[in-house]
Design a binder for this molecule. Structure first.
Ligand code: GLA
Length: 334
């Protein structure tokens, strides 16, 4: 019987040490529940929610860093790298940021002052501990001709907020690697919009160093050809690439079944094959890819248990609910 302390189980990150780092998204709960597993198998972590705007900066004059600090301390005490996530997003951002005290919208100048002050405070606090930041998250639309997603950022500041965020982050920590991060990154239409955005930032001299492919994938999509084409297109910008939020959902997008309490044999087999193909492909591009971070550590805790259906169990990781390596694990470490 394999178990989490079994020394015959190789360390996941060591299997990839010639290629890229292997990361996990963690939170204060998972570093307790799965701390041993995480410390053994992953050499990089990302805070799942604890560094987002609303988590660290709930009111203009208050910063709450307790949980973020705890996660950074966990990384340091286990000799792991740490990614920062995220500085500008349309979700999990507080309302005060966009409003004056009387509720009226702030001016662009005021929004930039607040953004600068936020980025300065957060990025400088973790200077030297966090080597890479997801500076801007998900500003591209999934559909339609408009490249930029409607948001308060865009309403108030226009598209310039994107460059500003990178500039402020670079000023705060000139050594940090700065990423643009997004999902559906392998969909050809969205891929091209992401590519065009980042290309134009580079042409303006904006300090962008990498593209984060979130990689919230499933057994069925995206296709390997689309993933390959996305990697090649992004890499052609001369930037570093990372997979920042990898998971492989057992369900198709339109599969709304809620009756399963265990994955079926068929799901597990498809997942083994899928993970093997994915990591074979990623290894082919390891000259461009510096890290592959999973959005979780093991199947007992994953955001997919609540998305897209609240309470519907999913099993997207390489370790099962008891923190034992799944067949998929053995296929990727081989
Ligand atoms: C996005 C965000 C992450 C996380 C996931 C789902 O991908 O970048 O921070 O919220 O959604 O949990």
């Amino acid at each position: 019987m394999e178990n989490k302390t079994n020394s015959s189980v190789p360390k996941l990150y060591e299997a990839f040490k010639q290629s890229f780092d292997i990361g996990a998204a963690v939170n204060p709960h998972t570093i307790i529940q799965a701390g041993e597993l995480i410390a053994k198998h992953y050499n990089s972590i990302t805070a799942e929610n604890e560094m987002k705007f609303a988590s660290v900066h709930p009111t203009e004059d208050t910063y709450t860093f307790e949980q973020a600090d705890q996660i950074v301390a966990f990384a340091k005490s286990n000799g792991m790298k740490m990614r920062g996530h995220t500085l500008v997003w349309h979700n999990q951002t507080t309302e005060w940021l966009f409003q004056e005290a009387d509720g009226s919208p702030v001016s662009r100048e005021r929004l930039y002052e607040r953004l600068k002050s936020h980025i300065d405070t957060v990025v400088k606090r973790y200077k030297g501990d966090i080597y890479a930041w997801d500076v801007v998250n998900e500003v591209i639309t999934d559909e339609g001709a408009d490249p930029l997603r409607p948001s308060k950022w865009l309403d108030i500041a226009g598209p310039g907020f994107i460059a500003k965020a990178f500039e402020f982050a670079h000023e705060a920590d000139p050594k940090a690697q700065l990423f643009y991060n997004d999902y559906n990154e392998s969909n050809p239409m969205k891929r091209d919009k992401i590519y065009n955005l980042v290309k134009s930032l580079l042409e303006q001299g904006v300090p962008v160093h990498g593209i984060g492919l979130q990689a919230h994938w499933s057994l069925y999509s995206p296709g390997l050809d689309d993933i390959r084409a996305a990697i090649e297109k992004y890499a052609s910008l001369g930037l570093r690439l990372q997979l920042t939020e990898l998971d492989v959902s057992m369900f198709r997008h339109d599969d709304l079944r809620t009756d399963l309490v265990h994955p079926t044999e068929e799901m597990l087999e498809l997942q083994e094959k899928r993970y093997e193909q994915l990591f074979n492909l990623l290894r082919e591009y390891d000259k461009h890819i510096d890290a592959v971070t999973f959005w979780g550590a093991a199947d007992d805790y994953t955001w997919l248990n609540d998305f897209p259906i609240r309470g519907r169990k999913n099993w997207p990781m390489l370790f099962n609910e008891s923190h034992e390596p799944k067949g998929s694990f053995w296929r990727v470490v081989k």
